[in-house]
Write a protein that binds this ligand. Structure first.
Ligand SMILES: Cc1cc2nc3c(=O)[nH]c(=O)nc-3n(C[C@H](O)[C@H](O)[C@H](O)COP(=O)(O)O)c2cc1C
Length: 200
């Protein structure tokens, strides 16, 4: 019976992928907003660090990225009428690639392999701890300009949260769209928009 259960679990995980619950995001403290606005800066291409970002730091940054930051009741990014976000965020790590589910506050595995080299040609991005990939769901939102406005606000939330945590990041439009589509198993209507590597 135990063998059967293990086999069932293995087949189940192979089909649906693992779900990794994240630690509760930090929602208070840190430096004041005006201090952060003054000191926020992108990591440089030549001096970008490669140290590990913890699950707690990643959890806080992903929570900030979605914009659903008003205790579940409202958004800090301009999403019309509070509808679900039309820009999805993926976290590409050494132990796999994951879609962030903001409702569950969990990472849903889409690929168990390290696919960093498939999604970018930039060495400093490949060497970072986690690469966030922002993907527009154009089936949900048929107005492309909305996706770009949304990702602008989401990436600013990431910049500020990362800086408050001492995590380095950088906004990049340069990406390997074909590799991202393939390795993150995107739908035909999904459009990769940008990358934000994270490291300490
Ligand atoms: C729309 C946009 C696209 C960018 N794309 C890239 C990119 O593909 N690669 C890169 O190295 N930097 C890119 N950058 C530059 C950096 O993200 C960063 O904004 C720039 O170095 C300014 O640094 P700061 O954030 O410290 O002001 C882009 C910036 C913007 C605004």
């Amino acid at each position: 019976m135990r063998k059967f259960c293990c086999l069932f679990l293995a087949v189940f995980l192979a089909v649906v992928g693992a779900e990794v619950k994240l630690p509760k995001p930090r929602t208070s403290g840190g430096e004041g907003i005006f201090t952060l606005l003054e000191k926020r800066a992108s990591g440089t291409r030549t001096g970008f660090p490669a140290g590990a970002v913890s699950d707690a730091e990643l959890a806080a940054i992903l929570w900030a990225a979605t914009g659903r930051n008003r205790n579940g009741g409202g958004w800090t990014v301009p999403v019309g009428m509070g509808r679900p976000p039309h820009v999805k965020v993926y976290a590409v790590k050494n132990d796999g690639a994951f879609l962030y589910d903001g409702q569950k506050h969990a990472l849903l595995e889409v690929n168990p392999k390290n696919v960093k080299a498939e999604i970018t040609a930039d060495g400093f991005v490949r060497n970072s701890s986690v690469i966030l990939v922002f993907v527009a769901d154009t089936a949900a939102n048929k107005r492309a300009e909305m996706d770009n406005i949304l990702v602008g606000a989401m990436s600013q939330n990431v910049y500020l949260a990362a800086d408050a945590l001492g995590v380095t990041t950088r906004y990049l439009m340069t990406l390997n769209a074909d590799g991202i589509r393939r390795e993150l198993k995107l739908n035909k209507t999904d459009v990769p928009l940008c990358l934000m590597p994270l490291a300490k």
